[in-house]
Design a protein around this ligand. Sequence first.
Ligand code: AMP
Length: 403
Amino acid sequence: MIILVINCGSSSIKYQLFDMKNDNEYNVLAKGILEKIGLPDTKLKHNPTGKEGFSRVSPIADHKLGMQVVMEALIDPVYGVLKSFNDIQAVGHRIVQGADFFDKSVLVDDDVLEKIGICCDFAPLHNPAHLLGIAAVKEVLPDVPQIVTFDTAFHQTMEPKAYMYALPYEYYEKYHVRRYGAHGTSHLFVSHKGAEFAGLDINNSRIITCHIGNGSSVTAVKNGKCVDTSMGFTPLEGMIMGTRCGNIDASILPYLMKKENMTPDEATAMMNKKSGFIGLSGLSSDCRDLCGFREQGNERAKLTLDKLVLDITKLIGGYIAEMNGVDLICFTAGIAENNAWLRRDVMANFAYMGIKIDNEVNDATRGIDRIISTPDSSVKVALIPTDEELVIARDTKHIAESL
Ligand code: AMP
């Protein structure tokens, strides 16, 4: 089955075209990204598998036109991989926020669209863009089933004690203020793949997944189900990230808003865009840059990276206690997949309980599935590169086939 997986941002469309035979037998035919939609220098980067790709800059006004450009790239006589649009049998979309409406992927219909719309309040940067993407696909491929996969769905198994805030209960009832988590598709993939890779029975396992990238979250997965996760009402909660502050004392907010005359929108932007690595270091939101500055002896870069290690450590420690032990700890996403020092330094904080990293293996590992703990480590530690698009393609195939 030929499946197009779409991840629409406010000014971008990322795509991957799969030829899915079954859950584990598939080919990625092409992938690409259209960036800066709505600006004069919209850029398309298209990479067909097995042949040369191309990139092109030309203005593209909106998502509808953007989707047409993506489709044309897929059927281009030179760079394309399909004969016609009609070869696409189903389309799967990544949706950031499904709140407590959705605990699994679903086929798009009017009711689903309305609920994704209601969730725009909780993900104002993402959900409106997803709706644009779904509408744009409908224009180009009106008869093709569209399936949506939610970043929040995997976290719907959390119990109330994990998802409730200790705020007046009426705000939960009136405004749905609770913890929803994020990166769920990644935590689902990594925990299940990690269990398989480490030879564990997922239904009888305690796994902690650390998705450490530009956005970061850590999740506790017991018997294959999420029991707790570090992101909350929005993806701002939890640990330090590229531009997000993670947990702070909530009293800081009204204090700073008064001192700096900030509006609620300005305060939200400060915490989401000007904090985290960039805010604390004053140098960069990118981990690579910070590592470079630290090497040159920059103290603020060191402080920022030390806080990154401490935040992950505290989450892992808490989740070990919450699950009454742990069988496997998995690292994934840009920072954790590419920085052996981070995995080593975080895991060194668990030497007290007998976790041991094989430094030689760890140092040599980047971007592949691998156990990085020693054979006598009390807990297995693994690097498992995430693949959210594959989860979306699998769910899309299952649902499209059942129609
Ligand atoms: P992600 O959001 O998963 O794409 O991760 C982005 C983060 O991963 C950025 O902070 C990058 O600095 C970091 N990263 C990506 N590639 C590398 C690399 N080769 N070495 C070090 N850090 C990397």
